[in-house]
Design a protein around this ligand. Structure first.
Ligand code: SF4
Length: 341
């Protein structure tokens, strides 16, 4: 059985259920690199180009972890799935960079997919998937079935992940409704609600995010993530920008921040940023500008890299949560706090 290696980093967190289904239906064995750990990070930092963002460096570590155990590496050159806006250019170049840096890597399967610039569509997507599938089987029935099942799984994954407007409204209105792991202990009468915003490959990577989701849960916080926000809300928020944002994945980040600043339905926002990320620095700056115009909801921006210390992050989180808790208590007894008109 042919073994396909999939690095557990970057767009793995967007598309893995689809890829996994596709390759397994074709009869391949899917091998995913382990959860990010210290060893992967150290390998990554030692060999990745210094200029790369932390998330890309981590990707290098995952590839090195897999390379000796698989026949193929699957590293698609992903341009975009939005009709005008692009993904990060790093996703397009990664496979080529890796191949040139490490000539002994297994064969890299690297289809290019780009709606915005490559004019890809459903038909070209299907044809590109078939081309990949032919590496594993020549059986047309099996190829088509694998493609159909993969798309179905992908759609279901996003239906499960992204909540609808009614669910969001319910979450905003109720204190006892949780979209993510429910905290065991909730300090005070009302739990804090926090929007955790960032790239899916950061907020879902326990090691890279220093397990911030678990820390928030231990603080008794009711969390919603940017991944879960209805797309209609994100599109609506971004439609007020004078200029198009251009980066597809950043739409989710900025749109979510703008929504919660305006709606004031959370107590605070935590924006996880990646050191060395160009799109993040652009969106981080825009977020702070919006925050100055709508200052009633506090934003904590945390920049993550290999030098981010767990103790430092915990202290900043504690201070932020303490501040939000005090504001909530003051509001609860109707003592007026300074609110900007
Ligand atoms: S969007 Fe930012 S964090 Fe993600 S790969 Fe590109 S530069 Fe890195």
């Amino acid at each position: 059985m042919k073994r396909v290696g999939i690095p557990r980093a970057l767009i793995y967190y967007k598309f893995f259920p689809m890829w996994d289904t596709f390759f397994k239906q074709l009869g391949a064995e899917v091998v995913v690199s382990p959860l990010t750990n210290k060893q992967i990070r150290e390998k990554a930092i030692a060999i990745a180009p210094d200029e790369d963002c932390y998330s890309t460096k981590i990707f290098f570590g995952h590839v090195l972890e897999l390379k000796d155990d698989v026949d193929f590496l699957f590293i698609p050159r992903f341009g975009s799935k939005h009709k005008t806006d692009m993904g990060c250019p790093k996703f397009i170049g990664l496979a080529d960079v890796l191949r040139s840096m490490f000539p002994d890597l297994p064969t890299i399967i690297m289809p290019h997919y780009n709606i915005a610039k490559g004019r890809d569509n459903k038909i070209t997507f299907f044809l590109k998937a078939l081309k990949v599938g032919l590496i594993f089987t020549k059986n047309p029935f099996r190829l088509i079935t694998a493609f159909r099942k993969a798309i179905k799984v992908y759609k279901q994954h996003y239906e499960d992940l992204i909540i609808n407007l009614d669910t969001l409204t319910e979450w905003e209105a109720r204190d006892d409704f949780h979209l993510n792991a429910k905290p065991e202990k909730i300090p005070g009468e009302k739990p804090l609600k926090i929007a955790l915003i960032g790239h899916s490959y950061v907020i879902n990577d326990e090691f890279c995010s220093l397990d911030i989701r678990k820390k928030l849960k231990n603080f008794g916080v009711n969390v919603i993530t940017s991944e879960q926000i209805p797309r209609s809300i994100i599109n609506q928020q971004l439609s007020i920008l004078e200029n198009r944002l251009y980066f597809d994945f950043e739409r989710e980040i900025l749109g979510s921040i703008m929504y919660f600043l305006e709606k004031e339905s959370v107590d605070g926002i935590i924006h996880l940023m990646v050191f060395g990320c160009g799109p993040d620095s652009l969106v981080g700056d825009l977020a702070m500008r919006f925050s100055k115009r709508m200052p009633n909801i506090q934003i904590l921006q945390l920049v993550l890299d290999d030098l981010t210390a767990e103790a430092g992050l915990k202290t900043r989180l504690e201070a932020f949560i303490d501040m939000l808790q005090r504001r909530k208590e003051i509001n609860a007894v109707n003592i007026p706090v300074l609110r900007v008109p």
